[in-house]
Write a protein that binds this ligand. Structure first.
Ligand code: E4P
Length: 219
């Protein structure tokens, strides 16, 4: 499973990059707005930190505007994947850009039916939002499982990028379902490290070692 960070914050990206486990980044207009830096400038900084797929989302709502923004994003850096929303205009833009060789991440997906549309339009990634489906009282992980199964049935090349992952169980369940990628906020990636038995084990190992090998105090 490839791990993407769902952030546009450079400090978070640098810290996680130092762990050597980040394969890419997803951004969206809300995440970019939080950083207060123009989209293109921030994307280039992100591309300098992380070597991997970097999703950049269009803010246009009609196909022509999406194509204009998407083509500009794609020219910025070889690793940029253009993100479009799962609307009629977005799917049309995805079909056109995919045929031009631009990699497209179709976002704001909440059902397996929508995911079929994205695959048929040649999407490189489909981003089903697990947490936001859960928020409505439905099971977001069922959507991931259905999409993985359907894509397998028809050998669609589109990769499932499990998004809106809110905690470590979402990451584990997405991996079990076979999602090729999981994108998560920094705090979720960081939480995957935590286990009380790891902390307890280190404490005990060091206690035993120091007891045996520490020099006896001088008399
Ligand atoms: C994915 O690309 C989105 O940016 C993201 O996962 C949305 O997550 P949220 O529902 O926690 O905002």
């Amino acid at each position: 499973m490839r791990f993407f960070l769902d952030t546009a914050n450079l400090d978070e990206l640098k810290t996680a990059a130092s762990w050597g486990i980040v394969d890419g980044v997803t951004t969206n207009p809300s995440l970019i707005a939080k950083e207060g830096i123009p989209y293109a400038d921030q994307l280039l900084r992100i591309c300098d930190i992380i070597e991997g797929d970097i999703s950049a989302e269009v803010v246009a709502t009609e196909t022509d505007g999406m194509l204009d923004q998407g083509r500009k994003f794609a020219k910025l850096h070889k690793n940029i994947v253009v993100k479009v929303p799962l609307t009629r205009d977005g799917i049309r833009a995805c079909s056109i850009m995919s045929r031009e060789g631009i990699r497209v991440n179709v976002t704001l997906c909440f059902s397996a039916g929508q995911a079929i549309l994205a695959a048929k339009a040649g999407a490189y990634f489909i981003s089903p939002f697990v947490g936001r489906v859960d928020d409505t009282g439905w099971n977001g992980m069922d959507v991931i499982r259905d999409i993985v199964q359907i894509y397998k049935n028809y050998a669609f090349a589109t990769q499932v990028l499990a998004a809106s992952l809110r905690h470590s169980v979402h990451v584990i369940e997405s991996a079990k379902a076979g999602a090729q990628v999981g994108t998560m906020p920094f705090k979720v990636m960081d939480s995957l490290f935590n286990h009380p038995l790891t902390d307890k084990g280190i404490e005990q190992f060091l206690k035993d070692y120091n007891k045996a090998f520490q020099p006896a105090p001088a008399r």
